[in-house]
Design a protein around this ligand. Structure first.
Ligand SMILES: NC(=O)c1ccc[n+]([C@@H]2O[C@H](COP(=O)([O-])OP(=O)(O)OC[C@H]3O[C@@H](n4cnc5c(N)ncnc54)[C@H](OP(=O)(O)O)[C@@H]3O)[C@@H](O)[C@H]2O)c1
Length: 241
């Protein structure tokens, strides 16, 4: 298994869920932009589950050397990399913030996923699970740079699923809604609309096992987004969302 964004609590909860369910992997490849932080988790799964792992430093803000991944073989890619960035007017007009959001959520992430999609296609089997966002379903003033990158990412995953279908590779798009993680630390989230990393991991694992295509982590988000998508634009543009 490959994990992209290994320091995400959701990614770590997913790994634990899979290991608790009895899944066995020769290695788990923990891709991370903060490899020194990932070491604690690598140690944890070694001690608790006797699971071997390799930490692979990857920073989506820097050039990626794909030759370094030649030896990596996998059946499952779990991608939790993402970056919320600043959604305020200051952030919106700050090119560094804008580029970082677009790079981490889409522009640099897609070539990395493509690299492993190609490997799975050649093997004719496997699964890619990737976390996108409900923010990609309609641009809102509070985070539309992030939302637009996630919209592109969701469209990419949909097309990839379509392309890989007859190559026996499955793609699961996860649209989390709110999750209680370091990304949303300090944000006033409604607890009824917010999943814990463990809850999210359990639902993602179940969706993976049942071959689901698109998962809203909490089902209520499917209804919320149905409403948001259908608000007429002449009303929507006046709402401070
Ligand atoms: N939390 C929410 O409410 C929420 C809602 C909707 C969607 N999501 C999406 O769910 C996914 C997981 O997010 P999370 O809530 O677990 O937040 P998170 O803890 O911030 O996880 C995102 C991970 O992305 C990786 N990352 C950040 N910058 C990177 C870079 N420059 N290069 C490579 N990797 C980088 C980091 O892992 P490393 O340090 O290991 O690199 C980080 O742990 C993300 O795609 C996020 O957009 C979250």
């Amino acid at each position: 298994m490959i994990i992209i964004g290994s320091n995400s609590e959701v990614a770590q909860a997913f790994v634990e869920k899979a290991l608790e369910a009895g899944e066995k992997y020769p290695f788990i490849y923990l891709f991370s932009s903060h490899p020194e932080t990932t070491e604690k988790f690598a140690k944890h799964i070694e001690v608790k589950y006797l699971q071997q792992s390799r930490i692979i430093p990857v920073n989506l803000m820097q050039e990626i050397n794909y030759n370094e991944f030649d030896e990596i073989s996998t059946n499952l890619v779990f991608c939790a990399a993402g970056y919320l960035g600043e959604g305020t007017a200051d952030g919106l007009y700050d090119n560094k913030n804008t580029e970082k959001i677009i790079d981490i959520n889409y522009a640099k992430l897609v070539p990395l996923l493509n690299h492993f999609a190609q490997k799975l296609e050649a093997k004719r089997g496997g699964t890619i699970i990737a976390l996108s966002s409900v923010a990609g379903e309609r641009g809102r003033q509070s985070n539309f740079i992030y939302g637009s990158a996630k919209a592109g990412f969701t469209a990419y995953l949909s097309g990839l699923r379509n392309y890989l279908y007859d190559k026996k590779v499955h793609v699961l798009t996860v649209k989390p809604g709110f999750m209680d993680t370091k990304m949303t630390e300090g944000l006033p989230l409604n607890p009824k609309l917010t999943a814990s990393p463990k809850q999210a991991a359990e639902r993602i694992y179940k969706a993976y096992k049942s071959g689901k295509n698109v998962l809203y982590v909490l089902p209520i988000w499917a209804i919320i987004m149905l409403i948001i998508r259908n608000i007429p634009e002449f009303i929507f543009k006046k709402l401070k969302m």
